[in-house]
Design a protein around this ligand. Structure first.
Ligand SMILES: O=C[C@H](O)[C@H](O)[C@H](O)COP(=O)(O)O
Length: 233
């Protein structure tokens, strides 16, 4: 276990999960490109297949960064107008709990990630073993909010028992999402009933989206020292 915690070993495990997920891609598919370090490894592998082996796919990206990366390999980027549903999306997660309940959004991309994931026939999570938890919530839950509503939403989140913190950049400025909103990182609750919390967040005016992905993932590819474990819902 100790080895899994070292940065180099964690990077190797992420790569293993990404490699396994590449096996799921078939010619002709429309795929969703996730965001974050693990999804990035998968996009690079996919991009190499497109660039070097002529694999024919189309993609919709869950962030500006992933779209740019995909385009750099020549992956054709499409839209929901042209392709209303996706065959497969591969994305990372910050926490993976039983039932494939997830916290996502550590990189701030949760809004488009959830749109892309929800439009996918198969949503696959790629992660190293450190992301597995029994209960969600040790990783602060990212909640994307409209800027002017932040004080109101923060108050409601505190009433629920969360400690919300506005996400900032390294220079101390507020982190702004690809869609121009703020992220509140909400700590303080280990979730016995994530669905109940999701319902409360969904009902808050000013909340654009939150990082609880429940009932969306069909498969998780979790890379551990012994190999890649497949977990289904
Ligand atoms: O907003 C970011 C995404 O939800 C990422 O997929 C998540 O934070 C996991 O990222 P990583 O693979 O870098 O741990």
């Amino acid at each position: 276990m100790a080895m899994e915690n070292t940065g180099g070993e964690q990077a190797r495990l992420k790569q293993l999960a990404a490699e396994r997920a590449l096996e799921l891609v078939e010619p002709g598919m429309t795929v969703g490109l996730g965001s974050g370090s693990t999804a990035t490894l998968w996009i690079k592998l996919l991009g190499e297949k497109v660039r070097d082996q002529g694999l024919k796919i189309r993609a919709i990206a869950s962030s500006d960064d992933s779209e740019k990366l995909g385009r750099s390999y020549g992956i054709p980027i499409t839209t929901f107008e042209e392709s209303p549903s996706l065959d497969l999306t591969v994305d990372g997660a910050d926490e993976v709990a039983p039932g494939l309940a997830l916290i996502k959004g550590g990189g701030g991309k949760l809004l488009r990630e959830k749109i892309v994931a929800s439009a996918s026939r198969i949503f696959v999570v790629v992660a190293d073993g450190s992301k597995q938890v029994e209960k969600l919530g040790k990783f602060p839950l990212p909640v994307e909010v409209i800027q002017m509503a932040e004080p109101l939403v923060s108050r409601e989140l505190r009433e629920l028992g969360f400690t919300p913190k506005i996400r900032t950049n390294q220079d101390g400025s507020k982190y702004i999402t690809d869609e121009g909103n703020l992220i509140l990182d909400c700590s303080g609750i280990l979730m016995d009933d994530p669905a109940a919390i999701a319902a409360k967040l969904d009902a808050m005016v000013g909340v654009v989206e939150h990082g609880l992905f429940l009932g969306i993932a069909k498969l998780a590819l979790i890379a551990q020292v012994g190999g890649v474990v497949e977990r289904t819902r």
